[in-house]
Ligand binder design. Structure first.
Ligand SMILES: Cc1cc2nc3c(=O)[nH]c(=O)nc-3n(C[C@H](O)[C@H](O)[C@H](O)COP(=O)(O)OP(=O)(O)OC[C@H]3O[C@@H](n4cnc5c(N)ncnc54)[C@H](O)[C@@H]3O)c2cc1C
Length: 288
């Protein structure tokens, strides 16, 4: 897939996958809801308004932080879905919904696993005609792991912090801590390694931290508060980013070497975790 999409396979030292440009960026007008620099939202809004896409598949939430997939067609709807929900979502299924609704240039934002799934469908050489050519843009997020809704809410949010999910304003991962901020501004936090018990089990066999098959990847690590780390990968992703920059939708500054190295280290850790899991599973299979 990497060769088909990007013309070559990566070198072992390219821990974040193949990219053209790495930069810290920020949406010029950010809604309060954005998780970091608001770049994911700004790129989708710009893609919609410039005609690159005719709809976007986003992950919104209900009032108890359950993820809700939406096929949306307005900037306001894209903005309403800003912010990270740290629970798994099946928004890939919304591709079928978007196709059934007749959209022809579909934009999608999501986690590395979701991007992999959609890119795989798009690059299939099988003669299936399911509308894969209508996937017009894949905006990928960085992701170390995701959580199971019931485990996270019952175990941590309600169980340990005594919070009603309805009263949570924001979840974030910062400096090794998983933080829950309520609507009164109170912060409850726990070391990230103590959250393993709430992980979504399917995340175990995942090796992709930086959405390596996206047109453009956006993450938090590597950039300061209120900024996003952006990796442009395909010509399409590069053009979208530079057009948004030229239009004054985004502003940028250099990403520090230290920041990029940290992102690369996390990506390497995720790949190593995958290797370890694979060995563990093989050993189990052999001993069976
Ligand atoms: C589960 C998860 C884990 C992450 N882990 C890391 C990490 O370890 N390190 C790191 O640097 N960054 C991580 N990120 C990315 C980070 O939280 C931000 O999403 C990213 O920096 C973009 O910020 P932004 O302000 O540009 O996005 P915004 O403008 O706020 O837009 C965020 C977009 O993310 C989408 N989204 C929100 N939740 C989900 C979800 N559960 N599934 C799919 N799409 C979703 C929304 O549709 C929205 O369009 C993670 C994101 C997710 C969803």
């Amino acid at each position: 897939m990497e060769s088909k999409l990007l013309g070559r396979t990566r070198n072992p030292e390219e821990k974040l996958g193949i990219y053209k440009k790495a930069i810290s960026a920020q949406a010029v007008s950010r809604e309060g809801l954005a998780q970091d620099g608001g770049v994911a939202t700004a790129l989708l809004v710009f893609a919609l308004e410039s005609g690159m896409i005719d709809c976007a598949i986003v992950t919104d939430k209900d009032d108890e932080w359950r993820t809700v997939s939406r096929v949306v067609t307005t900037a306001d709807e894209i903005r309403a879905a800003a912010g990270t929900k740290y629970t798994i979502n099946n928004s890939v299924n919304s591709l079928a919904e978007a196709l059934n609704m007749g959209f022809e240039k579909i934009g999608f934002v999501g986690t590395p696993c979701q991007i992999q799934g959609l890119r795989k469908v798009q690059l299939l050489e099988e003669p299936y005609q399911i509308g894969q050519e209508k996937i017009a843009l894949l905006v990928g997020l960085f992701c170390m792991e995701n959580f199971d809704y019931d485990l996270l809410m019952n175990g941590l949010v309600k169980g340990r912090f005594g919070l009603d999910p309805k009263n949570v304003a924001r979840f974030e991962i910062k400096k090794g801590m998983f933080r829950v901020i309520d609507k009164q501004g109170k912060v409850d936090e726990v070391k990230l390694e103590e959250t393993d018990q709430y992980n979504f089990k399917g995340c175990g066999p995942c090796f992709d931290f930086a959405s390596e098959l996206a047109d453009i990847s956006v993450g938090s690590v590597g950039s300061g508060d209120g900024w996003s780390t952006v990796l442009t990968r395909t010509d399409k992703g590069e053009k979208l980013y530079s057009d948004a920059l030229a239009a004054g939708v985004l502003q940028e500054k250099a990403v520090s070497e230290k920041g990029l190295a940290l992102a690369g280290k996390l990506a390497g850790n995720k790949a190593a975790r995958f290797e370890a899991k694979s060995v563990e599973m093989n050993v189990k299979n052999i001993s069976r």
